[in-house]
Write a protein of this length. Structure first.
Lengths: 381, 632
């Protein structure tokens, strides 16, 4: 007899996590030995060229470690165990761990908004099969860590909007803080979700301003604390409160080339609006299509949240891409790796907003993302 | 006085209500009200009239005597022969509601409470006195009072040494056992010698141990608090459950209220008791007054409380503690369930009913239900705001989290509801322990009993004066230390009784709380030193792994504790307190001061009960009407 009982979301999420761990580990450690296909060559090149690391020789086991980004702090901690000191194992371990946690998070979120389990598994499959994600994992960069915390923040914003579940504010606050600890520039991605959550809190209880006030403290306290710790250690140890930012943006990725373009204001806007839109379209059209359609439908149906949500991802993406163009930002993979997850997040927002017709959103979304992944793999292979 | 061969009264010719009306003791409206209440609760008419304050117990017993044609006896005026009274044990006297008064000319005179239910009494009395028996009617309180007077020593002995007689190992009558003292001396000597011969390794080992324990407590608190905050109570009582309760089937509920030099809060207490949504005739309220506290006794008499409130005077003896008073009250508790309230408490009106539902829904091993505690004067000053944040964290997050994890729960000081018989079986409270509630929580767990948390709040008065707060906090932390030492008398036996999970839970809550406050100033000092002097000595004390753990404790641990307080204010709905919770580290300095004071007192004055002065909020009448928001 078929059971109507849905399996607990946490078990499915744990399973998704485990599958992701196995998948990424398999890909990473067989990349150099799996044969002569173009796929393996591509993977191998990434492993060889783009490996990001903070070698044990550079670690200072004193307060100076707090000037480093979270990935380095965690690596330094792992280096205490000799096993992790060789073959970039510490950074790989962290990349695989956090990338897999994101898979579990996606699975859990899909179930929380009430979509069928099959959609959860399809979403995880799409996430795992995105070449930009695989690239960021096997090159052991800090991006998977950042993406995990960004995803966590956005998912809890959806939960807060959907169910007014107050603990979501806590996870938005913690996710924001740790994401910024991982990479200072993530703050661009996080200001808008925090503001959105705050507006929702205010609209929830307009008679009592203390309500929104307290919601703000919950979300902002971790972030302010992270800034305080960063500035405090930077100033105390190096007499410069922004030293941590320089260390964070040192070109740890070997293959990154800074583009030092400093055009006047109008051409800059041109780059921002035309140039970056084109870049985004070429990087991940499925995300662009999904978010644009969502934006239009939300405006027509007068549903503010999906439209705002789409903008919340668009605006920081444009700003980050733009700042990379003008040379203040060197990270290349954040944008691309986050686009697949963003497309899934847009799907979740729509499903939560239009619960009765969620299939109208997830079926085209999954087809679109899958098609783009497939196309990317064709290019790679 | 007529002596009859048949001691049972003839069937009544007049109803009690009519007799009372004829004697102008009650009005027609009062009778009407009582009859309606009787329909709902199924309780006796006389009991209802007494509980509502319409008549007093003496008058009721006189009228009962008249109705059944038996003589009446006022035990406070008539002499009771102690040797005759001792023909029955105090327990039998209380349970059957009777006491042998005297024996003359072969006739045994026995005072009874219920002349219409003489059969069980008669069977018992017959077995000890085959001759003639004369029954006389008296009031329930007179039986209680006389029993206490006759069995004075037994009562006092039981309330002080009851737990010790059952299991001396569970009683804190000595703060440290000989074995514990020897162990501590050996450890201290070893430490001194090690420090003299190898100072750095010794300090390093100490540092490692402290950092690891600190880390364990921080992670434990965070996980437990989030678990407690994220879900509802294990046994959830819905509105439907309350509606489904049949008042006529509700059991008698004993409320113990120990008061000592608290005459200011008595009017508030009576007001709060009056608001409790439970049939008044089924409330057995006992005001526990100390013999030496004449002021409060006089104030209590002046208030003229309803007939379901009984004054019990606790004979003056050492230790003069709240648990001893509670034990004394426990002996004569009539309720199936029993709860402790402090004098200034304002429980939510439906708390007792919610607890009854919780007990009904719980498993057989559930014998205690803890209500949540919070403060009605939270916005009085900064101290009360911090205190409220702390309580919201503890009662709304940590305790439900412990409950959910199946760990021992250190009970709060008040609003603990028990199954009376099980509490007696456990020996009641430890009169020598200054946090007897926390100790009882652990003891229940050791005996395989469980505690549940009920989603109902009792509002108390937060300590608003700094020195008063420090005294109170000193007592609490000292009590936690006492409880830890008492339980650690036989660590292996404890491990067997609590299990690995239970013993870890006990160490991290009962042991961990004082530990954190004691160790904090040391770590704060070391951190400051490292920033001011950047000494090499400190770097030697912090090898990589310890550096990471200590840094985690400093940076993440402290943040976690502050953040939990911020979260707890939101969960409780005290939105205006969020910003004050951010200043909690200042509050921790006060806690650490109290902790060091407690450590000193544990050695110098282990049983000294630092009484908290209540009634400082200046708003005794402005209690919230069961509203969680309370007074702003």
């Amino acid at each position: 007899m078929k059971s109507n009982k849905r399996p607990p979301a946490i078990k499915q999420a744990a399973l998704a996590f485990l599958i992701a761990v196995l998948f990424f580990t398999f890909i990473r450690f067989t990349a150099r030995t799996c044969g002569f296909s173009q796929l393996c060559t591509w993977l191998d090149q990434n492993v060889q060229n783009n490996i990001a690391d903070f070698p044990p020789s550079q670690v200072d086991y004193d307060s100076r470690i707090f000037l480093r980004p979270l990935q380095h702090i965690l690596q330094a901690f792992l280096y205490i165990i000799p096993f992790f000191r060789t073959s970039h194992l510490a950074s790989l371990f962290l990349s695989i761990l956090f990338a897999s946690l994101t898979a579990g998070l996606i699975m859990r979120a899909v179930q929380h908004v009430g979509l069928p389990i099959i959609v959860g598994w399809l979403s995880v499959l799409l996430y795992l099969s995105d070449p930009t994600i695989i690239e960021s994992v096997i090159s052991a960069s800090g991006v998977p860590i950042l993406i995990f915390f960004l995803t966590m923040t956005f998912i809890h914003l959806i939960t807060w909007q959907d169910k007014r579940y107050w603990l979501a504010l806590v996870w938005i606050g913690l996710g924001t803080a740790v994401a910024v600890l991982t990479q200072f520039n993530a703050v661009f991605f996080l200001i808008l979700p925090v503001l959105a959550a705050l507006v929702i809190a205010y609209r929830e209880n307009p008679e009592n301003p203390n309500y929104a006030d307290n919601a703000l403290w919950i979300m902002v306290t971790p972030l302010v604390y992270v800034f305080f710790v960063r500035f405090f250690f930077s100033f105390t140890l190096a007499s410069d409160p922004f030293v941590f930012y320089q260390l964070e943006n040192e070109p740890i990725l070997v293959g990154v080339v800074k583009q030092m373009i400093q055009p006047p204001i109008l051409p800059r806007l041109n780059i921002l609006l035309r140039g970056q839109l084109t870049v985004l379209w070429l990087t991940n059209p499925s995300f662009v299509v999904l978010s644009a359609v969502t934006f239009v439908i939300a405006l027509i149906k007068r549903k503010g949240f999906p439209a705002v949500f789409a903008l919340m991802i668009w605006i920081p993406l444009l700003i980050l891409a733009f700042s990379r163009q003008i040379g203040t930002y060197t990270e290349t993979t954040v944008k691309a790796s986050f686009l697949c997850v963003s497309a899934l997040l847009i799907m979740l927002v729509n499903a939560a907003q239009w619960k009765k017709y969620h299939w109208l959103f997830f079926i085209p979304a999954i087809i679109l993302i899958a098609s783009w992944n497939f196309f990317q793999w064709l290019q790679v292979v | 006085m007529t002596v009859t061969s048949d001691p049972f009264p003839a069937p009544p010719t007049q109803r009690l209500g009519d007799i009372l009306l004829a004697q102008s003791l009650i009005s027609q409206q009062e009778l009407q009200y009582a009859l309606e209440a009787q329909n709902n609760s199924g309780e006796r008419l006389g009991q209802i009239l007494v509980s509502s304050g319409a008549i007093n117990r003496l008058a009721l017993s006189e009228m009962l005597a008249r109705q059944c044609g038996l003589p009446h006896i006022d035990l406070r005026r008539q002499q009771v022969h102690p040797n005759t009274a001792k023909l029955l044990s105090p327990t039998i006297c209380r349970n059957l509601g009777c006491i042998p008064v005297r024996e003359s000319a072969g006739t045994l005179e026995v005072a009874v409470v219920d002349p219409w239910n003489l059969k069980p009494v008669h069977e018992h009395i017959k077995s000890i006195h085959p001759g003639k028996i004369q029954y006389m009617v008296t009031s329930e309180f007179d039986i209680e009072w006389t029993t206490r007077a006759i069995f004075h020593d037994t009562y006092l002995n039981e309330s002080i040494w009851g737990l010790f007689y059952r299991n001396p190992q569970e009683c804190a009558n000595v703060p440290f056992t000989r074995l514990q003292i020897v162990t501590m001396v050996i450890i201290a000597l070893f430490f001194i010698i090690s420090l003299m011969t190898a100072p750095y390794p010794t300090l390093l080992v100490l540092n490692i141990a402290a950092a690891l324990v600190y880390l364990g407590i921080s992670i434990f608190r965070f996980v437990i608090a989030l678990s407690g905050a994220s879900r509802q109570e294990l046994i959830h009582v819905r509105e439907d459950d309350l509606q489904a309760l049949d008042e006529s089937r509700l059991p008698i509920y004993t409320i113990l209220i120990p008061v000592f030099r608290e005459k200011e809060v008595l009017p508030v207490l009576m007001q709060s008791l009056g608001k409790i949504d439970y049939p008044a005739s089924k409330l057995d309220i006992k005001l526990l007054l100390e013999e030496v506290d004449q002021e409060t006794r006089e104030a209590a008499i002046k208030i003229n409380p309803p007939g379901n409130v009984e004054f019990i005077t606790i004979p003056d003896s050492q230790p003069r503690t709240k648990p001893k008073a509670c034990n004394y009250g426990l002996i004569s508790a009539r309720g199936k369930y029993l709860v402790i309230f402090d004098a200034e408490d304002k429980p939510e009106p439906d708390q007792l009913k919610k607890v009854v539902c919780t007990f009904q829904k719980g498993e057989d091993d559930l014998i205690c239900v803890q209500a949540k505690l919070n403060y009605y004067n939270r916005n009085q000053n900064l101290l009360t705001r911090w205190f409220t944040c702390e309580y919201s964290n503890w009662f709304d997050m940590i305790l439900p989290g412990l409950n959910r994890a199946g760990l021992p729960i250190p009970l709060g000081g008040t609003s603990n509801h028990f199954i009376t018989e099980k509490l007696r079986e456990l020996g009641g409270w430890d009169p020598f322990n200054v946090t007897e509630d926390a100790d009882l929580g652990i003891r229940m767990y050791k005996h395989d009993y469980r505690t549940a948390i009920v989603d109902s709040t009792t509002y108390e008065e937060a300590n608003s004066k700094l020195w008063n707060w420090i005294r109170q906090r000193t007592r609490w932390i000292k009590g936690y230390m006492q409880t830890w030492f008492v339980n650690m008398r036989r660590p292996l036996k404890l491990l067997k009784e609590l299990g690995l999970k239970g013993i870890l839970g006990m160490h991290l809550t009962i042991g961990g709380t004082p530990f954190l406050f004691i160790i904090n100033p040391i770590f704060w000092f070391l951190t400051t030193m490292s920033f001011v002097f950047d000494t090499n000595m400190l770097s030697e004390l912090f090898p990589p792994i310890i550096f990471f753990i200590s840094a985690f404790n400093l940076i993440v641990g402290n943040f976690v504790f502050v953040y939990l307080n911020v979260i707890s204010t939101f969960r409780r709905g005290y939105y205006e307190l969020g910003k004050y919770a951010l200043l909690s580290p200042v509050y921790w300095v006060l806690m650490s001061f109290a902790a060091w004071r407690a450590l000193w007192q544990l050695i110098s004055k282990p049983f000294y009960w630092e009484k908290t002065t209540h009634g400082l909020s200046g708003q005794p009448g402005s209690a919230p009407d069961g509203h969680p928001g309370g007074s702003a």
